[in-house]
Write a protein that binds this ligand. Structure first.
Ligand code: GLN
Length: 198
């Protein structure tokens, strides 16, 4: 039986609408998650780009931090872009004072790693796991994965070797934003992970 996946987009701050549109276009039923009761309705969660320190603070103010951590521990598929990748990292470099992450990916992520003059750029990335054409990737005040522990797998790197996409079980994280460049293959992978657990 084919069921429509029920997925959420964490809707505390950031580019929530862009993710919701890509997921809806792929046939998913999308819930914007601001409450624990909404988190309980979904089988997977997207953590959008935005400002990770703000999403961190709001997740605590909305009593979502522990439920999200519990969901990660229970194996709920998640996909984090940019700030969302930061939130999924076990270790954070250059966070603001007191900034926390949810964790789940055995990586160290550095915020605003491309700071200074070149804060935003676009490039084509080979992502062998997705097959086919390179992914056109937009980096917007993007983080970089500085260290990859044994639990995580590298999905994509920049030509200089900087890691920008990782996976661990049903968790996916990209330093860039496929939701703004019209490439839906990471979202398809996320939905496949959700379907695989249903
Ligand atoms: N620099 C932002 C942060 O630290 C991430 C930017 C983004 O999500 N586009 O959260």
């Amino acid at each position: 039986m084919v069921t429509t996946p029920r997925v959420g987009v964490l809707a505390l701050q950031g580019d929530v609408r862009e993710h919701a549109r890509v997921l809806a276009d792929l046939g998913a039923r999308v819930t914007l998650v601001r409450r624990v009761s909404e988190l309980a309705e979904v089988d997977g969660l997207v953590l959008p780009g935005g400002e990770s320190s703000v999403i961190d603070k709001l997740s605590r103010a909305f009593d979502l931090r522990d439920p999200i951590r519990d969901a990660i521990a229970a194996g709920m598929p998640m996909y984090g872009t940019c700030a969302g990748l930061i939130l999924l990292a076990d270790r954070l470099a250059d966070g603001i004072s007191g900034q926390q992450t949810f964790g789940g990916l055995d990586v160290t992520v550095r915020r605003n790693a491309f700071g200074g003059q070149v804060e935003s750029f676009e490039t084509d990335l080979d992502v062998p796991e997705l097959g086919g054409d390179p992914v056109h990737a937009a980096f917007i005040r993007a983080p970089l994965v500085e260290d990859v522990g044994p639990g995580a797998t590298v999905l994509a790197s920049l030509p200089d070797g900087g890691v920008v996409a990782v996976a661990q079980g049903d968790l996916l994280g990209t330093a860039f934003h496929p939701e703004v460049t019209g490439d839906d293959r990471f979202h398809r992978r996320f939905l496949a992970n959700v379907a695989g657990r249903a």
